[in-house]
Design a binder for this molecule. Structure first.
Ligand SMILES: [Zn+2]
Length: 261
């Protein structure tokens, strides 16, 4: 039997054997292709959600599905906006459809424990809708024992960690786009993909508390980042990853009644 937590590395027979077990939990990483400033690549959200899912899966003896690479449109107040070249996004109906289809596919494989691990702020509500539609369809077909958890990794960074890592004040997760959180995690997990010399050290973006369409491009800093990544370090990445991983593992263990390992 081939061994990997990543489903796409397995042969079909090893995969079938793995999901045939009652306790099989499948994690689906969901990212985006989105500008992350001049210092990081477009696929940060894919890389981070997939790597975190891999670590959680090691801990919980779970499996990681091939990631959803594209995500919902970048919003100006949380990702700089969808007007920026490089950012390549899906319509909401497509994201809903992907989440619904994947839920139905894994249900067809026999999986009854499923989790979407989201790495892109704007995806969340559309993943939720897709899962809800899939569960409705499955119920009509008499399948009622599939449980799905949706989570975004930054929701597991607690206040104590925020106080520790942001001694000069925390601007909020929405303005963290391309900032200390993502850059520190990338410096820890994929240092070769980050160029700290390119970081634009500017004050956090000032956004209105409402949206305007079409967007006013001048509201987004030229760097595309909504806060500075200058204070990012690999050490902060270690802490962030540790806390997020522990929080996600605990939530999944509790929700799915997994045995402590
Ligand atoms: Zn991101």
């Amino acid at each position: 039997m081939r061994q990997s937590v990543y489903i796409e590395d397995l042969d079909a027979f090893s995969y079938r054997e793995a999901v045939a077990q009652d306790s099989a939990l499948v994690l689906i990483p969901v990212g985006s292709i989105e500008q992350h400033g001049p210092h990081m690549p477009l696929n940060v959200d894919v890389l981070l959600s997939r790597a975190m899912a891999g670590q959680v899966a090691e801990e919980l003896k779970a499996l990681v599905a091939a990631p959803v690479v594209y995500g919902y449109k970048s919003q100006q107040r949380s990702g700089g906006g969808n007007h920026l070249p490089g950012t390549t996004s899906l319509d909401a109906s497509t994201v809903i459809s992907i989440a619904k289809t994947l839920t139905l596919e894994f249900a067809r494989h026999g999986v009854r424990k499923l989790a979407f691990l989201n790495g892109h702020f704007e995806n969340y509500q559309f993943l939720y809708e897709g899962v809800d539609l899939a569960l409705r369809e499955l119920r009509l077909a008499g399948i009622e024992d599939l449980k799905v958890v949706l989570l975004s990794y930054w929701d597991f960074i607690d206040d104590a960690t925020i106080a520790e890592l942001y001694p000069d004040g925390f601007t909020g997760w929405d303005l963290e786009h391309g900032g200390v959180l993502e850059t520190s995690l990338m410096l820890h997990l994929y240092p070769e993909k980050v160029d700290m010399a390119e970081v634009v050290d500017a004050p956090p973006a000032v956004m209105p508390t409402y949206d305007v369409l079409p967007v006013r491009p001048e509201l987004t800093p030229a760097s595309g980042c909504l806060s500075s990544a200058a204070a990012a370090t690999a050490e902060k990445g270690v802490t962030l990853l540790k806390r997020a991983r522990a929080g996600m593992s605990a939530a999944l263990t509790s929700e799915f009644g997994l045995a402590e390992r």
